[in-house]
Ligand binder design. Structure first.
Ligand code: TXA
Ligand code: MG
Length: 314
């Protein structure tokens, strides 16, 4: 596909390429190119002490970036990659301070989306080692799950040589599960589609659904007051009034006069459409959105995590 080849060449030349993944769209740069990586931070308006995830094409390439990899991490990689999971591992010399925020570990992911994988493979074929990519949104805002979302977020900040690859709507819709693999047992830093139950089943150990007191947590998303936030104020309790937005599973009916933003049939669809619903609130210029959070130990955990961070803390 010409678009993939052009995009890989653009990365090699030091430009930014926004690309689809199954979780959310990423804003990619050659992970070896400090200037290009610096532009990621500028384009997002993100503080530079927030490390970036390096995207590679397969578990076989992990040794380029990570060393002293615990056996359980290999097992996680073999089972859940390509897929919506990021492993934080002790870094090799390849992962520079401008990727890791000066830490001695690095976040690595093999995404599943065919366009993402094709791009990484082509980039590797052209001599690249990994694509550094955060979510392609302005800092603190809702992650993009379509090419149009990326444009809405970044059009004023991208340069003419930067590219946006369109791969349709992200089919998971929430960012990857981040697992800290630098300790004796894994610790979930950010919940996602790979759940604690799936990790427990695979490894036969008990992992908490989300770490609350992990010292690395400051490096992970969400400690900041406002994250994953639309302009509209998000409320997780209370009753909507006429003209307010409403997000809930389809089994909950829409209160009179209230604007239904999404009505997903199940938790997977909830995850897939949540960010679209929050963006819709902003395009309709709503000032308040009331949300009925889902329950369960599946992807509901990740949905609730993002909702809590999006919620208005006035
Ligand atoms: O699904 C995803 O993970 C998407 C797609 C594009 O792959 N990427 C993504 O990246 O969500 P980002 O940068 O928006 O969120 C990753 C979070 C950041 O807040 C960062 O602080 C944290 O993961 N992180 C990255 N590397 C880390 C590391 N070595 N240790 C701890 N946290 C890390
Ligand atoms: Mg992000």
């Amino acid at each position: 596909m010409a678009a993939i080849k052009d995009a890989a060449e653009s990365l090699v030349a030091g430009n930014l390429v926004a690309f689809p993944t199954e979780t959310v769209y990423g804003l990619g740069a050659n992970a070896f190119n400090e200037k290009a990586v610096t532009r990621i931070y500028e384009t997002k308006g993100r503080p530079t002490n927030h490390p970036l995830i390096v995207h590679i094409s397969s578990t076989d390439k992990l040794d380029n970036w990570a060393k002293d990899i615990p056996k359980y991490a290999i097992k996680l990689a073999r089972n859940f990659w390509p897929g919506p999971m990021t492993l934080v591992l002790p870094k090799t010399e390849s992962a520079k301070d401008f990727i890791t925020g000066g830490q001695n570990n690095v976040g690595i992911r093999v995404p599943e989306h065919t366009v993402a994988l094709a791009l990484i493979k082509e980039f590797e074929a052209q001599g690249g080692y990994g694509i550094a990519a955060p979510s392609a949104n302005r800092f603190g805002k809702v992650s993009p799950t379509s090419a149009v979302d990326v444009k809405t977020e970044l059009i004023d900040h991208l340069k003419s040589d930067d590219l946006i690859l369109d791969g349709g709507a992200s089919f998971v819709g929430l960012e990857s599960t981040i697992i800290d693999c630098t300790k004796i047992t894994p610790v979930i830093l950010r919940p996602g589609a790979i759940t604690a139950a799936m990790i427990n089943d695979l490894l036969g150990i008990q992992v908490d659904a989300i770490s609350k007191d992990n010292p690395d947590f400051i490096r992970a998303p969400g400690l900041l007051e406002s994250h994953y936030s639309p302009i509209a104020k998000v409320y997780l309790s209370g009753n909507p009034s006429t003209g307010d937005g409403f997000i809930a599973l389809s089994k909950h009916s829409t209160p009179d006069g209230v604007i239904r933003l999404i009505a997903p049939a199940n938790n997977e669809e909830y995850a897939r459409t949540l960010y679209q619903g929050l963006r819709l609130a902003d395009s309709k210029m709503l000032s308040k959105v009331f949300v009925v959070a889902p329950t369960g130990d599946d992807i509901a955990v990740a949905i609730c995590d993002r909702l809590k961070k999006a919620a208005y803390k006035g």
